[in-house]
Design a protein around this ligand. Structure first.
Ligand SMILES: [Zn+2]
Ligand SMILES: [Zn+2]
Length: 892
């Protein structure tokens, strides 16, 4: 029963983190009995290390999965990482650049080898960190999106979708990074507001002398690729231009005037230029009107031969020259300053260029229909529910998904192009000859798949699909997904679509969307702002349990989480409080020669009698425990983690430690050889540890193991073998449940009266600045049934309040030192000696207050001061003045 004097989580947290893994208690067993609760991790990028947002996500997942495990569910939390195509490739490229090596010089194969080496070296960072943070994952099932099994699933899905006609190759407008040389997903494009210009250019109308239309653009160099101008069919200003053409300045090309909604009558002149090769909306308009696409900017952001005399120039140089030429020709009407949203590559910050290129696509509409249906019919539920609307908005407006990336790191597209007849072969295995012409000249497509393609398969590819595994049969569909809102579309929606297509069932039943962690000022954390909280640093400082508790306390669904050092510190104090309660318990057990004891049928345990009667405090704490268990189960089940944390905190600190342990101390003073009373205390404390375990796994395990040394085969077991022994870990013990028979309103009422009187006495002492050590005398006045309860516990009340009390069933007289509640009045008599010192002190304080008030009043009427002082200062002074006046009124 040895216990360290001071709570030092660093001394035992790493030990338990490792011990849980070594003992395999989180390993899932698909053959085990019990209802299934399974969950896959949102795979962090293999490049990264865990940030505080991960820690929040993992804490919420861990609370849920630990709780379900303690309820007896057959649980699985499957961990793993994502190969993160572009992110990882960039990291390794940068590393190579430091050694003076360029990716292209290495060649594809050698480069891939280097990335794997890098992965071997750093890929375990995340795992190590998660273990340290107590995540109860099954590491024997850890997966990586580029594992052979998962890669096989990717190929299978690609081939099946292709055969079904849902994957096709086509021209499309993509976000192109001229530096990384790849198409980017919308998520990989960062948008920043920058100041730019809006150039107004006029195009002469052919056949109408002196007639022009004026268009405006933020990228004048693209006008070289214009193939039409558009007007709105409803725009009366341009009715006479229907069927006419305009002449493109500089290039001297004739452009048709088309009627299209692309032209917004409210915006500018109502006429827009159409550049199908360099703008997404124009691209689509071009399709509608069968316009040619003239590509004037290439993959390196240089002007192409189609740009005429500007060929070879960088796009920004070309812009200058084009503007100069327009000005010279008189086509430039005006230039305005203009704020625009510039898209840049989120990896390298280069401005992206919308380009037309040949890419691979997934047809999304047919997949989306089913994915909308499962949410509509309630088979998938989003929590908080407002995300459902966001989901629908996206799904109803879904566009085809560009899945090819011009990278080297990722799943290579399983397509081969015949060099002879240009046939494209999509296959599971590398083909040796072209099925069309028999040529052996087949070259594999050089593109890889978008990272999200493999993560979309994550809930079933990780469980062994396309094999029919026992894991897949047991754990799919998973029960829950906990993730951030930023990947709702990129990941969550696509998992739903792929799950429905390939498993015939949605991949999860509930999606809980957690909030963002912000700093004390409510700002988003970012490296550039320098306000990032590193989970490993703060857990080292305060202990993992304290950080988990601090985050849970503010993890209300739908609100951002403001994590402050003060909160972490007070969570540490909470852990410390529990530690001290345990210390008191263990030291007294030793002193009294008490053996560890926990009832065999714990779930049915009710406090036991001692000398004929069940002690009131034991009846009370079990009733309160019962209520706490009821609420804890309900709040964790509905993801109200903040409520769960707050109620556990309130119960453990302010009921168990502050009252129950104090009342027990009195019992022990009364009866030093007490043995029977111990049983209730031990059972209650053991319950507290189990209640708190999902939120604070380390301290609860540490104390539980000390409370119940392994030799005592006492608790009903959740061990897989089913032997009737104490589980090896508190993580496998039962979570306390509500029982009707454990509620004891009578005991709650009696202890309630006791608490009321003691609290009043303590408040009076503090208010009157009386020495807490000096015993006072006083009278309790009460004309209700509460009097009986008060009298019954007179001894405990007098000891805890350090007041000698009389009890009277009458109304209280007016007295100088008194406090009242609805039923009870408490009057304290202040001893002569203290009365005099108190009077002196009061007089002195009054004098000081008067001085302060006079000072403030003078300043606050001084016009010059008021004119100069900041508003905030004046407000503070007014507030202080009010407070001083209130204090003075009370004293006098
Ligand atoms: Zn880039
Ligand atoms: Zn061929």
């Amino acid at each position: 029963m040895q216990i360290d004097k001071v709570y030092e989580p660093q001394r035992f947290e790493p030990h338990w983190a490792q011990s849980w893994i070594d003992s395999g208690i989180f390993r899932a067993n698909p053959g085990a009995s019990g209802r299934v609760f399974s969950l896959v991790i949102p795979p962090p990028n293999v490049t990264g290390s865990l940030h505080i947002g991960h820690m929040l996500e993992h804490t919420e997942i861990d609370v849920t999965i630990r709780w379900r495990r303690m309820l007896g569910y057959n649980t699985l939390w499957l961990p793993g990482t994502d190969h993160a195509g572009i992110a990882t490739q960039m990291v390794v490229e940068r590393k190579l650049a430091e050694e003076g090596i360029l990716r292209r010089d290495l060649g594809r194969e050698e480069f891939e080898k280097r990335v794997w080496q890098w992965k071997q070296q750093y890929g375990d960072n995340i795992k190590r960190q998660m273990i340290r943070l107590g995540a109860s994952c099954d590491w024997s099932r850890e997966r990586f999106t580029l594992d052979p099994g998962l890669s096989r699933a990717v190929r299978e899905v690609f081939v099946r979708l292709y055969e079904k006609g849902l994957i096709y190759r086509g021209e499309y407008m993509v976000n192109w990074c001229p530096r990384c040389h790849t198409a980017l997903s919308d998520l990989e494009v960062a948008h920043t507001d920058v100041s730019g210009h809006l150039w107004h250019i006029r195009y002469p109308v052919n056949g109408l002398e002196g007639r022009f239309v004026t268009v405006a653009t933020t990228r004048p160099e693209t006008m070289l690729g214009d193939t039409a101008v558009a007007i709105n069919a409803k725009d009366a200003r341009y009715l006479d231009l229907h069927g006419k053409t305009v002449q493109l300045p500089i290039m001297d090309r004739e452009l048709p005037i088309i009627l299209d909604d692309l032209a917004d009558m409210e915006f500018g002149t109502g006429v827009v230029k159409v550049t199908p090769a360099h703008d997404l909306n124009d691209f689509e308009a071009g399709r509608r009107h069968n316009l040619p696409k003239i590509k004037v900017i290439d993959e390196n952001a240089r002007m192409t031969a189609a740009a005429g005399e500007y060929a070879g120039l960088d796009r920004l140089e070309a812009r200058k020259e084009v503007v100069a030429a327009l000005e010279k020709s008189g086509a430039l009407v005006k230039v305005e300053d203009y704020k625009l949203s510039l898209g840049t590559c989120s990896r390298c910050k280069t401005p992206v260029e919308p380009l037309v290129s040949t890419q691979w696509f997934v047809k999304m509409k047919p997949l989306a229909e089913k994915a909308i249906e499962v949410v509509e019919n309630g088979r998938i539920e989003f929590i908080p529910a407002n995300w459902t609307k966001t989901y629908y908005e996206w799904m109803y407006n879904i566009r085809d998904w560009c899945i090819s990336r011009q990278l080297w790191w990722g799943h290579r597209i399983p397509a081969w192009h015949c060099q002879e007849c240009h046939e494209t072969v999509v296959a599971r295995e590398t083909p040796s000859i072209c099925p069309r012409c028999g040529s052996a000249e087949l070259v594999q497509d050089t593109d890889v798949l978008d990272t999200w393609f493999s993560s979309a398969l994550w809930p079933f590819s990780t469980l062994g699909w396309p094999e029919k595994t026992l894991d897949l049969a047991t754990y799919y569909p998973t029960s829950l997904l906990i993730t951030g809102f930023d990947i709702l579309f990129f990941w969550v929606a696509r998992m739903i679509m792929m799950g429905l297509e390939f498993m015939g069932e949605a991949p999860f039943h509930q999606v809980y969307i957690h909030a963002l962690v912000r700093d004390a000022e409510g700002q988003k954390m970012s490296k550039t702002k320098g306000n990032v909280i590193d989970p490993l640093v703060v857990t080292e400082k305060y202990g993992t349990d304290a950080i988990r508790m601090a985050m849970l306390q503010c993890a209300a669904p739908g609100t951002d989480i403001v994590l402050t050092e003060a909160r972490m510190e007070s969570s540490r104090a909470f852990a410390n409080k529990i530690w001290n309660a345990a210390r008191f318990l263990f030291l007294n057990m030793e002193r009294c020669g008490v053996e560890p004891w926990v009832p065999e049928r714990l779930a049915e345990f009710l406090p036991e009698a001692e000398g004929g009667e069940v002690p009131i405090e034991d009846r009370w704490i079990f009733s309160r425990l019962n209520d706490c268990a009821r609420q804890a189960n309900r709040t964790i089940e509905t993801y109200r983690y903040h409520e769960a944390a707050q109620l556990l905190w309130q119960f453990i600190w302010h009921e168990f430690c502050d009252w129950y342990v104090e009342l027990k101390k009195l019992r022990f003073q009364e009866n030093s050889g007490l043995t029977a009373g111990w049983r209730n205390l031990l059972a209650a404390f053991e319950n507290v540890l189990r209640l708190l375990h999902p939120a604070m796994p380390f301290i609860t395990e540490e104390l539980w193991q000390r409370l119940l040394p392994i030799r005592d085969p006492l608790l009903p077991s959740r061990d897989r073998e089913g032997a009737a022994a104490r589980p090896t870990s508190i993580a496998l013990a039962d979570y306390p449940q509500y029982r009707r028979e454990a509620t004891d309103f009578h005991a709650e009422r009696e202890i309630g009266v006791l608490q009321e009187i003691v609290t009043m006495a303590r408040t009076l002492r503090t208010e009157s600045k009386l020495d807490p050590k000096q015993q006072l005398s006083g009278t309790v006045y009460c004309r209700t049934a509460a009097l009986e309860a008060a009298q019954a516990h007179a001894e405990a009340i007098q000891k805890l309040a350090n007041v000698k009390l009389e009890f009277k069933a009458e109304a209280a007289p007016k007295a100088p030192v008194m406090r009242s509640t609805a039923e009870i009045d408490l009057v304290l008599e202040v001893p002569k000696s203290q009365e005099e010192t108190k009077a002196k002190r009061d007089a002195k304080e009054l004098l000081q207050l008067d001085k302060n008030i006079a000072n403030l009043e003078r300043q606050l009427t001084d016009e010059t001061f008021l004119a100069k002082a900041p508003q905030k200062v004046i407000e503070n002074m007014r507030a202080s003045l009010g407070a001083y006046k209130a204090q003075r009124d009370k004293l006098s």
